[in-house]
Design a protein around this ligand. Structure first.
Ligand SMILES: Cc1cc2nc3c(=O)[nH]c(=O)nc-3n(C[C@H](O)[C@H](O)[C@H](O)COP(=O)(O)O)c2cc1C
Length: 191
């Protein structure tokens, strides 16, 4: 896959095969964060890798799926759950624009996984207090996001954003995700 194919197909996935994410993909995810550009090269983003089935099971009820969809459509069922989570943590003792650095790290790690066929869902709607305790995250480290990973069992495609669709993703008749995106003309203007 070239870079534009990777960017086009690296969508958010929310239903997964019950198959472990291999260690080489987990290693790539770590490297993708390690190699990320960041302000003043301060490298304040950290990961907690949740790989054991027992810990993954404890994380599942603490994340919220697909806010635009009713739970019966957007929340993965027991046999559709992700098999690996990475907690994305900021070391707040390190000064800088942690939000931007975290965003770049999220983009890189999800792209690295997708390059090996592993889909992901960046999750901001999470129970931070409960996850912070569960994962043993201590000050000055701060939990920012969870990212769910697994082998997707559905497709996800870009559709043009219209007045009808707005920004809300929806499922088509095959339960595949349709993700409306604004036109290139709306995104960029040339002078
Ligand atoms: C910062 C951020 C937070 C998100 N939080 C959640 C979440 O809590 N639950 C969820 O199901 N999806 C979440 N998503 C996924 C978005 O809904 C998804 O990226 C968006 O609908 C566009 O779809 P796409 O990633 O396929 O382009 C989040 C994405 C980002 C970037």
């Amino acid at each position: 896959m070239n870079a534009m194919e990777l960017l086009t197909t690296r969508r958010t996935y929310r239903r997964f095969a019950q198959k472990a994410v291999p260690q080489d993909v987990v290693d790539d995810i770590v490297q993708a964060v390690r190699l990320s550009s960041c302000g003043a090269n301060r490298q304040a983003v950290r990961l907690v890798l949740v790989q054991s089935p027992e810990m993954v099971a404890k994380v599942q009820p603490l994340v919220k799926w697909a806010g635009y969809l009713p739970p019966e459509q957007g929340t993965p069922k027991a046999d559709e759950l992700p098999t690996f989570y990475a907690a994305v943590v900021q070391d707040t003792a390190i000064p800088g624009d942690l939000a931007t650095d975290t965003g770049i790290a999220l983009a890189n790690m999800t792209l690295a996984a997708w390059d090996k066929g592993v889909g992901s869902c960046i999750m901001g709607a999470i129970n931070k207090p409960a996850l912070t305790t569960l994962l043993g995250i201590e000050e000055p480290q701060k939990l920012a996001f969870m990212v769910a990973f697994g082998y997707p069992t559905h497709k996800a495609a870009i559709v043009p954003m219209t007045e009808q669709t707005g920004v809300k993703y929806y499922l088509d008749e095959n339960r595949d995700y349709c993700v409306p995106k604004r036109s290139a003309e709306e995104i960029a203007r040339s002078l």
